[in-house]
Design a protein around this ligand. Structure first.
Ligand SMILES: *Cc1c(COP(=O)(O)O)cnc(C)c1O
Length: 384
Protein backbone atom coordinates (compact mmCIF):
# COMPACT_ATOMS: atom_id res chain seq x y z
CA UNK A 1 0.00 0.00 0.00
CA UNK A 2 1.44 3.41 -0.91
CA UNK A 3 1.05 5.95 1.83
CA UNK A 4 2.34 9.00 0.07
CA UNK A 5 -1.05 10.57 -0.58
CA UNK A 6 -2.39 10.38 2.96
CA UNK A 7 -2.43 13.33 5.32
CA UNK A 8 -0.29 13.28 8.47
CA UNK A 9 -3.12 12.33 10.85
CA UNK A 10 -3.72 9.20 8.78
CA UNK A 11 -0.03 8.43 8.27
CA UNK A 12 0.57 8.51 12.03
CA UNK A 13 -1.78 5.58 12.43
CA UNK A 14 -1.21 3.59 9.25
CA UNK A 15 2.17 4.39 7.70
CA UNK A 16 4.45 1.38 7.45
CA UNK A 17 1.97 -0.87 9.24
CA UNK A 18 0.55 -3.93 7.46
CA UNK A 19 -1.40 -6.83 8.99
CA UNK A 20 1.15 -9.43 10.15
CA UNK A 21 1.72 -11.72 7.13
CA UNK A 22 1.58 -14.96 9.16
CA UNK A 23 -1.54 -14.36 11.31
CA UNK A 24 -3.20 -11.18 10.11
CA UNK A 25 -2.61 -9.52 13.52
CA UNK A 26 -3.59 -5.86 13.02
CA UNK A 27 -0.93 -4.67 15.47
CA UNK A 28 2.70 -5.22 14.57
CA UNK A 29 4.00 -8.12 16.68
CA UNK A 30 7.05 -7.73 18.91
CA UNK A 31 9.52 -10.01 17.14
CA UNK A 32 11.52 -10.89 20.24
CA UNK A 33 14.19 -12.90 18.47
CA UNK A 34 17.91 -12.60 17.90
CA UNK A 35 18.14 -14.71 14.74
CA UNK A 36 16.11 -16.23 11.90
CA UNK A 37 16.18 -19.80 10.56
CA UNK A 38 17.43 -20.18 6.99
CA UNK A 39 16.14 -22.86 4.65
CA UNK A 40 19.58 -23.36 3.14
CA UNK A 41 22.76 -21.25 3.52
CA UNK A 42 21.88 -17.79 2.23
CA UNK A 43 18.25 -18.76 1.53
CA UNK A 44 16.11 -16.74 3.94
CA UNK A 45 13.15 -14.37 4.14
CA UNK A 46 15.23 -11.18 4.22
CA UNK A 47 16.12 -11.45 7.89
CA UNK A 48 19.40 -13.02 9.06
CA UNK A 49 20.42 -11.56 12.41
CA UNK A 50 18.52 -9.10 14.61
CA UNK A 51 21.24 -6.46 15.04
CA UNK A 52 21.00 -5.98 11.27
CA UNK A 53 17.21 -6.32 10.87
CA UNK A 54 14.13 -6.93 12.94
CA UNK A 55 10.57 -6.85 11.52
CA UNK A 56 9.19 -4.70 14.38
CA UNK A 57 12.00 -2.22 13.81
CA UNK A 58 11.44 -2.26 10.03
CA UNK A 59 7.80 -1.24 10.47
CA UNK A 60 8.78 1.61 12.80
CA UNK A 61 11.56 2.79 10.49
CA UNK A 62 9.11 2.96 7.58
CA UNK A 63 6.53 4.76 9.71
CA UNK A 64 9.08 7.34 10.87
CA UNK A 65 10.20 7.99 7.29
CA UNK A 66 6.59 8.57 6.20
CA UNK A 67 5.67 10.94 9.05
CA UNK A 68 8.86 13.01 8.61
CA UNK A 69 8.21 13.16 4.85
CA UNK A 70 11.47 11.36 4.18
CA UNK A 71 12.48 8.28 2.26
CA UNK A 72 14.37 6.27 4.88
CA UNK A 73 14.12 5.85 8.66
CA UNK A 74 16.68 4.30 11.02
CA UNK A 75 16.16 3.47 14.69
CA UNK A 76 18.66 3.54 17.53
CA UNK A 77 18.77 2.68 21.21
CA UNK A 78 18.52 6.36 22.24
CA UNK A 79 18.61 9.86 20.79
CA UNK A 80 22.29 10.08 21.66
CA UNK A 81 23.01 6.72 19.99
CA UNK A 82 21.48 8.27 16.84
CA UNK A 83 23.67 11.36 17.31
CA UNK A 84 26.69 9.09 17.70
CA UNK A 85 25.88 7.39 14.39
CA UNK A 86 25.52 10.73 12.57
CA UNK A 87 28.88 11.99 13.87
CA UNK A 88 30.52 8.83 12.52
CA UNK A 89 29.76 10.14 9.01
CA UNK A 90 32.66 12.55 9.69
CA UNK A 91 36.44 12.08 9.70
CA UNK A 92 39.18 13.48 11.96
CA UNK A 93 39.91 17.07 10.97
CA UNK A 94 36.31 17.79 9.92
CA UNK A 95 34.56 20.77 11.50
CA UNK A 96 31.00 21.17 12.76
CA UNK A 97 29.06 24.36 13.45
CA UNK A 98 26.29 24.22 16.01
CA UNK A 99 24.15 26.33 18.28
CA UNK A 100 25.35 27.57 21.67
CA UNK A 101 22.22 26.46 23.52
CA UNK A 102 22.32 22.88 22.42
CA UNK A 103 20.80 20.00 24.41
CA UNK A 104 23.35 19.24 27.18
CA UNK A 105 23.89 15.61 26.17
CA UNK A 106 24.57 16.59 22.56
CA UNK A 107 27.08 19.20 23.73
CA UNK A 108 28.71 16.54 25.92
CA UNK A 109 29.07 13.90 23.18
CA UNK A 110 30.45 16.56 20.79
CA UNK A 111 33.02 18.03 23.18
CA UNK A 112 33.90 15.05 25.39
CA UNK A 113 33.69 12.14 22.94
CA UNK A 114 34.18 13.40 19.38
CA UNK A 115 36.54 16.32 20.00
CA UNK A 116 39.20 13.92 21.32
CA UNK A 117 38.72 11.90 18.11
CA UNK A 118 39.79 14.92 16.10
CA UNK A 119 36.52 16.65 15.16
CA UNK A 120 36.35 20.39 15.76
CA UNK A 121 33.19 22.11 16.98
CA UNK A 122 32.15 25.78 16.77
CA UNK A 123 29.21 26.92 18.89
CA UNK A 124 27.43 30.16 18.06
CA UNK A 125 24.06 31.89 18.30
CA UNK A 126 22.19 30.73 15.23
CA UNK A 127 19.39 33.27 15.07
CA UNK A 128 21.91 35.15 12.95
CA UNK A 129 22.77 33.12 9.83
CA UNK A 130 25.67 35.45 9.00
CA UNK A 131 27.42 34.82 12.33
CA UNK A 132 27.37 31.09 11.60
CA UNK A 133 28.38 31.62 7.97
CA UNK A 134 31.51 33.44 9.16
CA UNK A 135 32.68 30.23 10.88
CA UNK A 136 32.63 28.13 7.69
CA UNK A 137 36.02 26.92 6.46
CA UNK A 138 36.92 24.37 3.81
CA UNK A 139 36.95 21.82 6.66
CA UNK A 140 33.33 22.45 7.67
CA UNK A 141 31.36 19.31 6.87
CA UNK A 142 28.26 19.61 9.04
CA UNK A 143 25.89 22.20 10.48
CA UNK A 144 23.91 20.88 13.44
CA UNK A 145 20.72 22.75 14.27
CA UNK A 146 18.29 22.20 17.12
CA UNK A 147 15.08 24.21 16.84
CA UNK A 148 13.29 25.18 19.01
CA UNK A 149 16.34 25.15 21.28
CA UNK A 150 16.39 23.77 24.75
CA UNK A 151 15.68 25.38 27.19
CA UNK A 152 15.68 28.96 25.86
CA UNK A 153 13.32 28.21 22.98
CA UNK A 154 15.23 30.09 20.35
CA UNK A 155 14.14 29.46 16.79
CA UNK A 156 16.59 28.79 13.99
CA UNK A 157 15.66 29.31 10.34
CA UNK A 158 16.01 25.84 8.80
CA UNK A 159 15.48 27.00 5.21
CA UNK A 160 18.16 29.69 5.52
CA UNK A 161 20.64 27.22 6.98
CA UNK A 162 19.84 24.63 4.31
CA UNK A 163 20.66 27.24 1.66
CA UNK A 164 23.91 28.19 3.38
CA UNK A 165 24.94 24.57 3.94
CA UNK A 166 24.27 23.52 0.36
CA UNK A 167 26.19 26.47 -1.10
CA UNK A 168 29.24 25.04 0.66
CA UNK A 169 28.50 21.35 0.22
CA UNK A 170 27.87 20.92 3.96
CA UNK A 171 25.36 18.52 5.54
CA UNK A 172 22.53 20.12 7.51
CA UNK A 173 21.34 18.05 10.46
CA UNK A 174 18.22 19.12 12.38
CA UNK A 175 17.32 17.79 15.82
CA UNK A 176 13.52 17.82 15.56
CA UNK A 177 12.84 16.40 19.03
CA UNK A 178 11.13 19.51 20.45
CA UNK A 179 8.83 20.18 17.51
CA UNK A 180 8.04 16.57 16.53
CA UNK A 181 6.92 15.81 12.96
CA UNK A 182 3.47 17.15 13.87
CA UNK A 183 4.77 20.71 14.11
CA UNK A 184 7.72 20.76 11.72
CA UNK A 185 9.27 18.68 8.90
CA UNK A 186 12.90 19.80 8.41
CA UNK A 187 13.48 17.60 5.32
CA UNK A 188 10.85 19.57 3.41
CA UNK A 189 12.70 22.76 4.40
CA UNK A 190 15.96 21.44 2.93
CA UNK A 191 17.64 19.59 5.81
CA UNK A 192 19.67 16.50 4.89
CA UNK A 193 19.29 14.60 8.15
CA UNK A 194 16.57 14.70 10.82
CA UNK A 195 17.25 13.25 14.24
CA UNK A 196 14.81 12.57 17.08
CA UNK A 197 15.03 11.56 20.65
CA UNK A 198 11.88 9.41 20.34
CA UNK A 199 12.09 9.22 24.13
CA UNK A 200 10.17 12.52 24.09
CA UNK A 201 7.11 13.41 21.97
CA UNK A 202 7.25 10.48 19.54
CA UNK A 203 7.11 7.89 22.32
CA UNK A 204 5.02 10.33 24.30
CA UNK A 205 4.42 8.32 27.46
CA UNK A 206 7.75 8.50 29.32
CA UNK A 207 8.12 4.73 29.09
CA UNK A 208 10.89 4.23 26.53
CA UNK A 209 14.33 5.55 25.53
CA UNK A 210 14.74 5.54 21.77
CA UNK A 211 16.35 7.47 18.91
CA UNK A 212 15.63 7.91 15.20
CA UNK A 213 17.20 9.31 12.05
CA UNK A 214 15.29 10.15 8.86
CA UNK A 215 16.93 11.00 5.52
CA UNK A 216 15.99 11.36 1.86
CA UNK A 217 19.36 10.71 0.28
CA UNK A 218 20.09 7.07 -0.61
CA UNK A 219 23.85 7.52 -0.05
CA UNK A 220 23.31 8.83 3.49
CA UNK A 221 20.88 6.00 4.19
CA UNK A 222 23.44 3.47 3.01
CA UNK A 223 26.22 4.91 5.17
CA UNK A 224 23.99 5.21 8.24
CA UNK A 225 22.64 1.67 7.79
CA UNK A 226 26.24 0.48 7.68
CA UNK A 227 27.03 2.37 10.91
CA UNK A 228 23.81 1.16 12.58
CA UNK A 229 24.81 -2.46 11.96
CA UNK A 230 28.59 -2.10 12.35
CA UNK A 231 28.42 -0.16 15.63
CA UNK A 232 25.27 -1.89 16.88
CA UNK A 233 23.45 0.78 18.91
CA UNK A 234 20.08 -0.72 17.92
CA UNK A 235 16.86 -0.66 19.96
CA UNK A 236 15.11 -3.84 21.04
CA UNK A 237 11.82 -4.84 19.39
CA UNK A 238 9.74 -4.06 22.48
CA UNK A 239 11.05 -0.49 22.54
CA UNK A 240 10.28 -0.17 18.82
CA UNK A 241 6.76 -1.38 19.49
CA UNK A 242 6.26 1.21 22.25
CA UNK A 243 7.34 4.01 19.90
CA UNK A 244 5.07 2.62 17.18
CA UNK A 245 2.17 2.72 19.60
CA UNK A 246 3.16 6.21 20.77
CA UNK A 247 3.16 7.79 17.33
CA UNK A 248 -0.39 6.61 16.61
CA UNK A 249 -1.64 9.39 18.93
CA UNK A 250 1.02 12.03 18.22
CA UNK A 251 -1.43 14.38 16.50
CA UNK A 252 -4.02 14.19 19.27
CA UNK A 253 -1.41 14.67 21.98
CA UNK A 254 0.43 17.50 20.22
CA UNK A 255 -2.77 19.39 19.62
CA UNK A 256 -3.47 19.34 23.36
CA UNK A 257 0.17 20.10 24.26
CA UNK A 258 -0.13 23.21 22.07
CA UNK A 259 -3.46 24.32 23.58
CA UNK A 260 -2.30 23.78 27.17
CA UNK A 261 1.11 25.33 26.43
CA UNK A 262 -0.50 28.51 25.17
CA UNK A 263 -2.74 28.86 28.23
CA UNK A 264 0.07 28.16 30.70
CA UNK A 265 2.46 30.56 28.90
CA UNK A 266 -0.12 33.35 28.97
CA UNK A 267 -0.91 32.68 32.63
CA UNK A 268 2.77 32.84 33.60
CA UNK A 269 3.29 36.02 31.62
CA UNK A 270 0.48 37.71 33.53
CA UNK A 271 1.85 36.60 36.93
CA UNK A 272 3.30 39.49 38.99
CA UNK A 273 6.16 37.34 40.32
CA UNK A 274 7.32 36.20 36.90
CA UNK A 275 10.04 38.23 35.18
CA UNK A 276 10.26 36.55 31.80
CA UNK A 277 8.51 33.73 29.93
CA UNK A 278 10.11 31.93 27.01
CA UNK A 279 7.48 30.52 24.64
CA UNK A 280 7.68 30.62 20.86
CA UNK A 281 4.01 31.46 20.35
CA UNK A 282 4.34 35.01 21.73
CA UNK A 283 4.27 37.50 18.89
CA UNK A 284 7.14 39.44 20.48
CA UNK A 285 9.35 36.33 20.66
CA UNK A 286 12.47 37.46 18.76
CA UNK A 287 12.08 34.74 16.11
CA UNK A 288 8.29 34.39 16.12
CA UNK A 289 8.16 35.10 12.37
CA UNK A 290 10.49 32.20 11.60
CA UNK A 291 8.52 29.92 13.93
CA UNK A 292 5.32 30.91 12.14
CA UNK A 293 6.92 30.21 8.77
CA UNK A 294 8.39 26.79 9.51
CA UNK A 295 6.11 25.36 12.22
CA UNK A 296 2.41 24.46 12.40
CA UNK A 297 2.02 25.24 16.10
CA UNK A 298 4.01 26.26 19.13
CA UNK A 299 4.10 23.24 21.41
CA UNK A 300 4.07 22.78 25.15
CA UNK A 301 7.63 23.69 26.10
CA UNK A 302 7.94 26.81 28.25
CA UNK A 303 10.77 28.27 30.31
CA UNK A 304 10.52 31.12 32.79
CA UNK A 305 12.52 33.17 35.29
CA UNK A 306 11.08 34.66 38.47
CA UNK A 307 11.53 38.33 39.37
CA UNK A 308 14.83 38.84 41.17
CA UNK A 309 16.41 35.77 39.49
CA UNK A 310 16.71 34.26 42.96
CA UNK A 311 17.74 30.61 43.33
CA UNK A 312 15.80 30.05 46.57
CA UNK A 313 12.52 31.24 45.04
CA UNK A 314 13.12 29.02 42.03
CA UNK A 315 13.86 26.01 44.24
CA UNK A 316 10.61 26.63 46.12
CA UNK A 317 8.63 26.48 42.88
CA UNK A 318 10.56 23.41 41.68
CA UNK A 319 9.68 21.47 44.80
CA UNK A 320 6.26 23.07 45.33
CA UNK A 321 4.28 21.62 42.42
CA UNK A 322 2.27 18.40 42.70
CA UNK A 323 1.01 17.76 39.18
CA UNK A 324 4.20 18.96 37.52
CA UNK A 325 6.71 16.27 38.54
CA UNK A 326 10.30 17.33 39.10
CA UNK A 327 12.14 15.26 36.51
CA UNK A 328 14.40 15.42 33.48
CA UNK A 329 12.97 14.67 30.04
CA UNK A 330 9.92 16.12 28.27
CA UNK A 331 7.21 15.35 25.78
CA UNK A 332 5.19 12.84 27.79
CA UNK A 333 1.46 13.02 28.49
CA UNK A 334 2.21 14.08 32.06
CA UNK A 335 3.54 17.54 32.95
CA UNK A 336 7.15 17.87 34.10
CA UNK A 337 9.07 20.70 35.74
CA UNK A 338 12.83 20.93 35.60
CA UNK A 339 15.85 23.03 36.47
CA UNK A 340 18.15 23.01 33.41
CA UNK A 341 21.20 24.47 35.20
CA UNK A 342 21.43 21.47 37.56
CA UNK A 343 19.61 18.82 35.51
CA UNK A 344 19.52 18.61 31.70
CA UNK A 345 22.25 21.23 31.18
CA UNK A 346 24.50 20.38 34.15
CA UNK A 347 27.07 19.02 31.70
CA UNK A 348 27.57 22.52 30.21
CA UNK A 349 30.06 24.65 32.23
CA UNK A 350 28.31 27.42 34.24
CA UNK A 351 30.31 30.14 32.50
CA UNK A 352 29.11 28.88 29.08
CA UNK A 353 25.52 28.65 30.33
CA UNK A 354 25.43 32.20 31.71
CA UNK A 355 27.11 33.57 28.59
CA UNK A 356 24.35 32.02 26.50
CA UNK A 357 21.56 33.48 28.63
CA UNK A 358 20.67 30.38 30.66
CA UNK A 359 20.03 31.86 34.14
CA UNK A 360 20.75 29.73 37.21
CA UNK A 361 17.14 30.16 38.31
CA UNK A 362 15.53 29.34 34.95
CA UNK A 363 12.66 26.86 35.28
CA UNK A 364 11.55 24.68 32.37
CA UNK A 365 8.10 23.17 31.91
CA UNK A 366 7.01 20.34 29.68
CA UNK A 367 3.29 21.01 29.71
CA UNK A 368 1.37 17.74 29.51
CA UNK A 369 -2.15 16.98 28.39
CA UNK A 370 -3.92 17.05 31.76
CA UNK A 371 -6.77 19.52 32.36
CA UNK A 372 -5.16 22.93 31.95
CA UNK A 373 -7.09 24.49 34.86
CA UNK A 374 -5.51 21.96 37.20
CA UNK A 375 -2.07 22.67 35.76
CA UNK A 376 -2.49 26.42 36.26
CA UNK A 377 -3.74 25.98 39.85
CA UNK A 378 -0.70 23.80 40.56
CA UNK A 379 1.68 26.51 39.30
CA UNK A 380 -0.26 29.23 41.12
CA UNK A 381 0.10 27.32 44.38
CA UNK A 382 3.84 26.70 43.87
CA UNK A 383 4.71 30.26 42.82
CA UNK A 384 2.60 31.63 45.69
C1 LIG B 1 16.56 14.07 25.10
C2 LIG B 1 17.15 14.76 23.93
C3 LIG B 1 18.21 14.19 23.22
C4 LIG B 1 18.86 12.88 23.62
O1 LIG B 1 18.02 11.81 23.49
P1 LIG B 1 18.05 10.50 24.43
O2 LIG B 1 16.93 9.69 23.92
O3 LIG B 1 17.90 10.96 25.84
O4 LIG B 1 19.41 9.88 24.22
C5 LIG B 1 18.67 14.87 22.10
N1 LIG B 1 18.16 16.06 21.74
C6 LIG B 1 17.15 16.65 22.42
C7 LIG B 1 16.61 17.96 21.96
C8 LIG B 1 16.62 16.02 23.54
O5 LIG B 1 15.63 16.62 24.22
Amino acid sequence: MSHTNYKLNTLLIHAGVEPDPTTGAIMTPIYQTSTYVQEAPGKHKGYEYARTQNPTRTVLQNALAAIEKGKHGLCFGSGLAATDAIMKLLKPGDEVISTNDLYGGTYRIFTKVFQPYGLKFHFTGMSDVQAAAALITDKTKMIWVETPTNPLLNIIDIEAFAKLAHQHNILLVVDNTFASPYLQNPLTLGADVVIHSATKYLGGHSDVVHGAIIVNRDDLHEQLTFIQNACGAVPGPHDCWLVLRGIKTLHVRMQRHCENGEKVAKYLRSHPKVEKVYWIGFEDHPNHDVAKKQMRGYGGMISFVLKGDNMDDALQVLSGTHLFSLAESLGGVESLIGHPASMTHGSIPREERIKNGLADSLIRLSVGIEDVDDLISDLAHAIG
